[in-house]
Design a protein around this ligand. Structure first.
Ligand code: 6A9
Length: 769
């Protein structure tokens, strides 16, 4: 009996990590039940791609290349957003998240304008048309042609999915069918410009992650005897081999054209029988103009930048940044790979959809938990239902323990972008609970919108999950002393890293104690929990639930005396982590092994020059030190507030002309590499999400009556100005917004475009907190 019980118990523990949270799902309406957002540009990792909000939707998309420049292995074909393509610019310039979008892409000698407009009708999600325009970038291109490839593809799991090439109005398009879409067609209309050559491909592709490869391997070189040149064409129907006929799942049309050129891709749903006209040509242009017009009006109503006297250039910039965030929303479906201490190997999570914005369309076009809470501030300002839908999807990914995985790599396309070692998500590891920030923002700014019935309904369904999430943090992430918290997931054994990373905190290589132990205390996590408790209490009140538990937790964590006991350094007059620590560490290359072994260069390792001891990590000053301020932890006359404001403005610490740097110049690990391969990341660079939190707190204290109000006001004005002008000027210089900014020069760095939390610049301009 004993053994049976334990085997059963072990099995029970093993399966907890991938057992869904046991309560009603928050998302109740999706797919065709929400026709307005059924189709969309939900493939943010492509330059231009569309799909539906369906687990296995057909995908449509664009590739292009210059035939004269096509390299070996298809080098030069544009499809997925890749930094290595070195495009001068690409971003949605207008996008409302619902009905239309306009994108500009600059690729050397040409400029693309890709737009789409949706039209509701019938019972299967309606129609849409995409306009693809290619124009010369400056001087006209002489004799140069460009090849445009537009495709439709389905996966084997697509419900009753069928595709076939079909010719309408001279260009090969597609007829297709799925269970959800019913019958549909994709037609191409040449609007203006000259098609030099047309060809198509119909084939069985080996997977959605291999579409470009399939084009590359099937392109044929056709010599043209009259001119002595060679052309690249798609080979037509490849599905008929011997007797055996395969069903195509990938149909692509290639148009080799001269520039300028414009075409419409017209998607028509079979069930839409009473469409008044074809959504193409002038009809399309008129529709697009109308939508753009409402977009501009709504943008001003929402963010009021004209009213604040921003110039047209700044307003256009804000529209681009915002549009690329909302236009970067994707719909993903698949299973994460997860692991717990009770599973021997990683196991699959359950298959689930995720509707989410993404930090970066090029480098990480997928969902990240704490990034999404920041994105939510902008999205909620624009369209509260859209944001509630996104949040609902995230909370449906919660397991029975109350855990939500941090990085969401769902589906073949997403998986193909992530190196193997980053895929597995571990259920002891957290990520800052920024959705509490989103919810606080919504309650503060849009309470009247929130209290409408259907939105309250979403909140009701969300509530048990918010409670479970909070409780998960407040039980699994605690430290040994009351009121202390610790990020899990640091590697205590490694000697590769100068300071073992804390990926779960979101601040990755931000310096913590040098020797991770179970006794360390993380200041930022403590503050996140306090913010969570306060917000949860407010939501409980809103829903007429008992809120005292969370009020108590909030009050307990708010207690300035307890905070000081645990985290205040009397010596250095600042807040800090606590742990086993020494500053005296360095990366050194070990001496080569003695002969006869072949001396291969050995990787640098950390050497500890002074033994660590238990202490505050108070020689480090940076974003982490600011967290008590971020969560409004001081009363208006607190000397701690004065000290904080003084430190904020100190150029020897964090202050720069471009915003607050992540780490003080004098901190031991300022600008240090973590391994010889890992350059400094959160060790000096300026990050916009943290700067937004600083501005938010300054805004709070400048409005709170007290002796330091004016000081907060002055800092607010100056910091806001510094951030906006630098992000803007870097955009003008480079064509992009960036992941982080250089503290010495203000230069954009890291991944780009990064219209994740860097797009908070729009809220800074709008002064919405
Ligand atoms: C690794 C490389 C093609 C790092 O914005 C997303 C996250 C943040 O949540 C986190 O706070 N970024 C920040 O420190 C980017 C993380 C990217 C990891 C991808 C695989 C892919 O190579």
């Amino acid at each position: 009996l004993g053994i049976a019980c334990c085997v059963g118990y072990k099995g029970y523990l093993e399966t907890r990590v991938n057992t869904p949270f046991d309560s009603q799902k928050v998302v109740t309406k999706t797919g065709l039940a929400v026709p307005e957002i059924y189709w969309g540009s939900y493939r943010p990792g492509t330059y231009f791609g569309l799909k539906t909000r369906e687990p296995y939707s057909p995908v449509m998309g664009l590739m292009w290349y210059f035939p004269s420049k096509l390299g070996f292995n298809g080098e030069g074909i544009r499809h997925w957003c890749e930094q290595g393509d070195n495009l001068e610019h690409y971003a949605w310039s207008q996008h409302d998240g619902k009905t239309f979008g306009i994108q500009n892409i600059v690729d050397g000698p040409v400029v693309f304008r890709t737009s789409f407009v949706k039209r509701i009708g019938g019972t299967n999600g309606g129609d849409w048309t995409a306009r693809i325009g290619v124009y010369p970038n400056g001087d006209a291109l002489e004799d140069e042609t460009i090849s445009l490839v537009f495709y439709t593809a389905i996966e084997p799991q697509t419900n009753k999915g069928k595709l076939a090439p079909s010719t309408f109005s001279h260009i090969t398009g597609v007829v297709g069918e799925t269970k959800e879409l019913g019958k549909f067609v994709v037609k191409y209309h040449n609007i203006s410009g000259r098609i030099v050559r047309e060809s198509y491909l119909s084939v069985e592709a080996k997977g959605l992650q291999l579409l470009k490869e399939t084009i590359v391997t099937t392109l044929r070189v056709v010599p043209d005897k009259s001119t002595g040149t060679r052309h690249l064409v798609l080979p037509g129907d490849l599905t008929q081999f011997k007797e055996q006929q395969m069903a195509p799942n990938f149909v692509a049309t290639q148009l080799e054209v001269t520039v300028p050129f414009e075409m419409d891709v017209v998607f028509e749903s079979g069930s839409f029988i009473d469409r008044p006209n074809t959504l193409s040509g002038h009809v399309y242009e008129r529709e697009l103009l109308q939508r753009a017009d409402s977009f501009h009006k709504k943008f001003e109503n929402t963010f009021e930048l004209k009213k604040k006297n921003f110039t047209d250039e700044y307003i256009d910039f804000a529209k681009i940044v915002f549009s690329n965030l909302i236009g970067g929303i994707g719909y993903f479906y698949g299973a994460s790979r997860v692991q717990s201490e009770h599973t021997q190997t990683p196991v699959p999570y359950w298959k689930a959809p995720l509707f989410t914005a993404v930090p970066s369309r090029s480098f990480f076009p997928r969902g990240f938990l704490w990034d999404e809470g920041f994105h939510g501030l902008l999205l909620a300002s624009w369209d509260l239902d859209l944001e509630l839908d996104i949040m609902s999807h995230w909370f449906d990914l919660m397991n029975i323990e109350g855990w939500i995985p941090r990085e969401e790599i769902l589906g073949q396309e997403a998986l193909a972008k992530v190196p193997e070692e980053f895929v597995t998500q571990i259920n002891s590891n957290a990520n800052p609970p920024t959705f509490f920030l989103t919810l606080r923002y919504i309650i503060q700014n849009y309470i009247e919108r929130l209290t409408e019935e259907d939105r309250l309904g979403a909140l009701e369904r969300l509530y048990p999950r918010l409670v479970a999430w909070f409780d998960w943090f407040n039980t699994t992430q605690t430290g040994p002393l009351p009121g202390t918290y610790r990020w899990r997931g640091r590697d205590a054994k490694t000697n590769r890293e100068l300071n073992p990373k804390t990926l779960s905190s979101g601040l990755d290589d931000y310096p913590r104690s040098s020797h991770p132990t179970d006794d360390e205390r993380h200041l930022d996590l403590r503050c996140w929990i306090m913010l969570g408790a306060g917000t949860l209490a407010e939501i409980a009140k809103l829903l007429n639930r008992e809120s005292y538990k969370y009020m108590d937790t909030f009050a307990y964590l708010f207690d300035p005396k307890l905070l000081d006991q645990l985290h205040w350094s009397e010596d250095l007059q600042r807040y800090a982590d606590y742990g086993r620590h020494t500053d005296d560490v360095a990366l050194k290359r070990p001496p080569p092994p003695p002969p006869p072994s072949r001396p291969s260069p050995q990787e640098m390792v950390r050497v500890v020059l002074t033994e660590p001891r238990d202490r505050l990590v108070d020689t480090t000053f940076g974003y982490n030190s600011l967290f008590p301020f971020f969560v409004h932890g001081f009363s208006s006359n607190s000397p701690r507030l004065l000290k904080m404001l003084t430190d904020l403005r100190n150029p020897e610490l964090l202050w720069t002309k471009f915003g607050l740097r992540s780490l003080a110049k004098k901190s031991p690990l300022y600008n240090q590499r973590n391994t010889e391969h890992d350059p400094p990341y959160w060790r000096g660079n300026i990050w916009i999400n943290m700067n937004y939190l600083a501005l938010e707190a300054l805004n709070y204290y400048r409005k709170l009556e007290g002796p330091y109000q004016q000081r907060a006001q002055d800092l607010y004005v100056e910091l806001r100005e510094n951030l906006i002008s630098n992000i803007y000027s870097q955009y003008v210089k480079t064509g992009y917004v960036w992941e982080h900014y250089n503290p010495k020069t203000g230069k954009g760095q890291g991944s780009h475009p990064f219209t994740g939390w860097t797009s908070l610049v729009v809220l800074m301009m709008a002064e919405k907190f």
